[in-house]
Design a protein around this ligand. Structure first.
Ligand SMILES: Cc1ncc(COP(=O)(O)OP(=O)(O)O)c(N)n1
Ligand SMILES: Cc1ncsc1CCOP(=O)(O)O
Ligand SMILES: [Mg+2]
Length: 215
């Protein structure tokens, strides 16, 4: 049994009211243990995401995280992670490679890699110097159109076979996370279940903590 999973928050894909998001984020961090936040901005209806959008959001969000020793990770873009002074970057299979991200950010940065449902991608990421591998999607999600579905057995196998930390992602909620925690996921990456919780992000963090401790 592994009850040590920690929360890895992912921002909503659009942040039309950055100040309101910063309040929500602060409430989440004040409610319980959070290991890290990933700034993940994606184009909405008719709007592209510019580098300036990412830099502007990072400038507001990063200090809130770093003041509380919560790691600040930028999605997709090692160059912007370097420019903002982020703690690291998360790259997918169609983004910059893990090796490239490491070359840009150096040995001290955190580099995470999306591995979908693939042991092969995860083993390659480990060889290439990733600090964690992310598997998913475990459950249906409306945050991203997902092509890949991961099974919980993959997390069990990974935690048995390797020491590299795993992140589970995709539709994870306080209600469905227990098998993922028991399977040995080191981190639960969550977005919608926190920011859209009916009682607010702080209540979501507390509900996750309860489920993790009972898993
Ligand atoms: C922790 C974590 N895991 C997976 C992803 C997905 O990355 P990617 O496949 O590159 O897709 P986008 O997030 O860029 O749409 C992630 N961002 N974080
Ligand atoms: C970015 C990403 N990659 C696979 S699923 C997903 C979305 C995670 O968000 P949620 O926790 O709302 O399902
Ligand atoms: Mg990506």
């Amino acid at each position: 049994m592994n009850n040590d999973s920690r929360l890895y928050l992912i921002t909503p894909p659009q942040l039309p009211d950055l100040r309101a998001f910063c309040d929500d984020f602060t409430a989440a961090l004040d409610a319980g243990d959070v290991a890290c936040i990933q700034l993940r901005l994606k184009a909405g209806d008719g709007s592209a995401v510019t580098d300036d959008d990412v830099l502007y959001a990072a400038e507001a969000i990063m200090p809130i995280a770093q003041e509380r020793e919560v790691a600040f990770i930028i999605n997709d873009r090692p160059d912007l992670a370097l420019k903002t002074g982020a703690d690291g970057v998360h790259v997918g299979q169609s983004d910059a490679s893990c090796k490239k991200a490491r070359a840009v950010l150096g040995d001290d940065a955190t580099v995470g890699v999306t591995c979908h449902e693939s042991k092969h991608f995860a083993l390659v990421a480990g060889e290439d110097g990733a600090d964690y591998v992310a598997f998913g999607a475990f459950f249906p999600t409306t945050t991203k159109e997902t092509e890949f579905k991961a099974e919980i057995g993959l997390l069990e196998w990974w935690s048995y076979a390797t020491t590299l930390p795993s992140v589970a992602i995709g539709g994870i909620t306080p209600e469905n996370c227990r098998p993922i925690v028991r399977a040995g996921a080191d981190f639960l990456a969550v977005s919608g279940a926190v920011w859209n919780h009916p009682e607010g992000p702080g209540a979501a963090i507390k509900a996750f903590e309860m489920s993790i401790s009972e898993a």
